[in-house]
Structure formats: structure tokens, C-alpha cells
Design a protein around this ligand. Sequence first.
Ligand SMILES: Cc1cc2nc3c(=O)[nH]c(=O)nc-3n(C[C@H](O)[C@H](O)[C@H](O)COP(=O)(O)OP(=O)(O)OC[C@H]3O[C@@H](n4cnc5c(N)ncnc54)[C@H](O)[C@@H]3O)c2cc1C
Length: 304
Amino acid sequence: MGILNSLVVGSAPLMPKFMIGKIASVYVAGDKLEDGLKLAKKLNSKGFSATLDLLGEEVTNRKQTNLVRNSYCDLFDGIANWGIDCNVSLKLTALGLKIDEELCWDNLSVVLDKAKEYNNFIRLDMENSEVTDSTIEMCKRAQKYYPKCGTVLQAYMKRTLDDIDLLKSHNTNIRLCKGAYKESEDIAYQDYQEIRNNYMESAEKMMDNGIYIGLATHDNWLIEELEKLIEKKAYKKNMYEFQALSGVPIDKILEKLINEGHKVRYYIPYGPEWYAYSLRRMRENPDIWKDTLKAFFFRSKHRK
Ligand SMILES: Cc1cc2nc3c(=O)[nH]c(=O)nc-3n(C[C@H](O)[C@H](O)[C@H](O)COP(=O)(O)OP(=O)(O)OC[C@H]3O[C@@H](n4cnc5c(N)ncnc54)[C@H](O)[C@@H]3O)c2cc1C
């Protein structure tokens, strides 16, 4: 970690909570479920689909995992009541993946029942490499139980092209992103262009296998290359979507995609745990603060 990064990360917990809150508010919709639903509705009115993600710390006791499970069920109820175009992303460690995989499955199956009740889609976010295998396994198990669910693959991981083979037979829906955690060079590409290249190769392999792809990136180079690939492969509009984190100031690029007829979805985090979550993300990947400052000073107008 560079000296500047260490300073920022080290001093973040000493900053007044309201300051961290101001910065986090660039991305986080608010504390309450209603805040998330309101922002999703607003983004729908501007032509974007939405995904809501309840922020949380990694959960370390069983009872807490049940509370998180219930909050996700409330989220599905809320989306249905508001009648909005919105699905759900969740992190399996919040449902107990690292405590006990069967506990995690018990919680997940309850949330899947809720998703099924409303015929909605659920995505299992990908966390760090400690849980890549278990997340993929959990996703395959979940898809047998309720097919409208999928997971995420990270282009910085050297295993990603092989992981597509693990998931392709499940008629799946995969979000492809670069990857947000610090991983070692043994298992993950570190070079910026190498990650982009693996992203493009993975996207192409997914298209060749007829997978629905969530193209999650703010990298303009990648977005332009992906548009070319979509055209070259004549990949159908109902087989992919672009995805971005709400608050990232790339309004013009996303508006252009919509005007060209592509589907675009915003990922919206919300929830009372935003403070602990923000500190943890900084610790996990200190480079994040640079992007955060950029988003803070060049505000996305889509949230207004
Ligand atoms: C919808 C969505 C879901 C995601 N889900 C996961 C997941 O499940 N697991 C996972 O590991 N990662 C996830 N990520 C994060 C992803 O892996 C990357 O860490 C992140 O998107 C940055 O990569 P990039 O492709 O935008 O490229 P970068 O090269 O990082 O960024 C491209 C440009 O966008 C700007 N930018 C990028 N991020 C931000 C930001 N937060 N604020 C302001 N500017 C920014 C950069 O400054 C740069 O100019 C998700 C990202 C998105 C958009």
C-alpha cells in the first residue's frame, strides 16, 4: 500500500462520521429500504433498470444472518409493492457463508422463495477469492431450486474463463466485472490492460455460450469494445445489459447507451450499515478512495 493510501485508510476511522457519511452518500441511497426504493423509482423514470443491494458487514453470528435474510425478504416485498423495475443483489457472507454453508443455504432458500413469489431475479455478488468456489457452488444449487438467479465473475481472476465452463450449462445470467478486492498475482491479473483483455475474452466466451451477461463496468474503453463485440456477434438485445454503480459520474456514456437501444441498469446500495461497510471497503481496497473523491466532486446528475 502506498504511503498516501496508508494515510487515508489509517485516518478514515478518525474522520467524523458525518464526513464519511457525506462521501458515502455519493453512492449509498440512504439508511432505509424506502430510500433505496425511491432512488430506484427515480432511475426507472429516467430509463434505467435498477438493482438494490442491502449493505452489510460480514456477519459472524447465526442470529444476525436470519435478520439479514428477513431484510432481503422485506426488500422483495417492497419492490413488488412499489411496482418498480428492480431486482436484488446479495452477498452470501451476510447470510452466513463463512459460518456454515448449510446455514447459508437455509437462509438463501427462504430469500429464493420470496424472489419466486414475485417472479423476480436475484444475484449472488462475488466477494474475495476465499469464497469464489463456494459462491459458484451455491449459485448452481440455487439455480436448480429457482432458475432466476445468477452470480458474478471477475475479469481480474485468472480462473474466470474456466469458471464460465462451470456455469454455462445452467442457462445462467452472469454479471461480468473487473473485481473489487486485492488479490495476489498468483491468482489474479494485476496489469490494467491484462484485466481488460480478460474481460473482453470472457465476454466473448459468454456470448459464444448464449449466456445472459450483465456488463458491469465504468471503463469507457471497455464499453466501446463491448459495443463493437455485440455488433460483431449480433448478440441479441435481450441477452445482455450494461450495469453501473449509482453515483459514478458517467451520465453521458450511459445516456448514449440508452439512446442506442441498450438496456442499462444501476446498482444501488442502501442500508444502515453504510459506515462500517465504507470503512471495510477502504481497508480491502485502498485505491477506492481516489474514485470516491472523483465521484464526490463530479456528481452524477441521474440521482437528482
Ligand atoms: C453494477 C456493478 C456490480 C459490481 N459487482 C461486483 C461484485 O459482485 N464483485 C466485485 O468484486 N466487484 C463488483 N463490482 C466492482 C467492479 O469489480 C470494479 O471494482 C469497479 O466497477 C471498477 O471497475 P471499472 O470496470 O469501472 O474500471 P476502472 O478502471 O476501475 O474505472 C473506469 C473509470 O471509472 C471510474 N470509476 C470506477 N469506479 C468508480 C467509483 N466507484 N466512483 C467513481 N468513479 C469510478 C474510474 O475512475 C475510471 O475513470 C461491481 C461493479 C458494478 C458497476
